[in-house]
Design a protein around this ligand. Structure first.
Ligand code: DX5
Ligand code: ZN
Length: 228
């Protein structure tokens, strides 16, 4: 799959979200970080904002739920029209049941791992998912430095995906920029969340195009890349 970019509106102006979505026209997804001040020490936005944003933009919404009890809340984000719903495995009571429910509501089901959560225990769950998110910072805040120590986990996850012949997308989130995206693409990531690197740029839409081109160039000829 060719690389996709999902700009994170956490770095945008929350009073002008419709304009900020327009500012990244051409992006593959719009990444919406939902935080509840329990799973992470920060509070952002919830369902009403996602519902409104969905009506305000054609860009599909990529919801990243950093919340407790996703088993209860995540399906409502699928019902609200998010194209992709990501829950954290550390917070989910029944990740398989939850992934199936999200899919049955018509959204892509995605599961996230914090930096200290290994991929290996979840190998058998991968077939239930449309995307796996590997956090490359501790979740909670934008603008943090990329954790290089996550590169081996990205690589091992890509190997697992290929070994099982899955179409699963591999997303990374945190500290993705022109300086770090090539390493991540080379390790096997194919969906890139970027907040400050996009909204901190003079022309956010151009920043999206550049990041995508950099990731594509870094994976040119890589044996793991499945091109559709
Ligand atoms: C952090 C969020 C990220 C955040 C990334 O917990 O999940 O999506 O917006 O921001 P940057 O790209 O600035 O690291
Ligand atoms: Zn996020």
């Amino acid at each position: 799959m060719s690389p996709q970019i999902s700009p994170s509106i956490l770095a945008a102006d929350f009073a002008r979200l419709a304009d900020e979505a327009e500012a990244v026209r051409g992006a593959d997804w719009l990444h919406v970080d939902v935080m509840d001040n329990h799973f992470v020490p920060n509070l952002t936005l919830g369902l009403p904002v996602v519902e409104s944003l969905r009506k305000a933009t054609d860009i599909p919404i990529d919801c990243h739920l950093m919340i407790e009890d996703p088993d209860r809340w995540a399906p409502q984000y699928a019902e609200a029209g998010a194209g992709s719903v990501t829950f954290h495995v550390e917070a989910a009571a029944a990740p398989v049941r939850l992934a199936r429910e999200i899919r049955s509501l018509g959204a892509r089901a995605s599961m996230a791992l914090k930096p200290a959560t290994p991929i290996e225990p979840y190998e058998d769950l991968l077939s239930e998912l449309d995307m796996l998110l590997i956090m490359t910072v501790e979740p909670g805040f934008g603008g943090q430095s990329f954790l290089d120590i996550m590169l081996p986990k990205i690589r091992r996850t890509r190997e697992l995906i290929n070994r099982h012949g899955l179409q699963l997308w591999l997303q990374i989130d945190g500290g993705v920029s022109a300086e770090t995206i090539e390493r991540c693409a080379d390790a096997g990531a194919d969906v890139f969340v970027a907040g400050s690197a996009v909204y901190g740029a003079e022309d956010p839409a151009e920043a999206v195009r550049r990041l995508r081109a950099q990731a594509a160039a870094a994976t040119e000829g890589s044996p793991w890349v499945h091109r559709h």
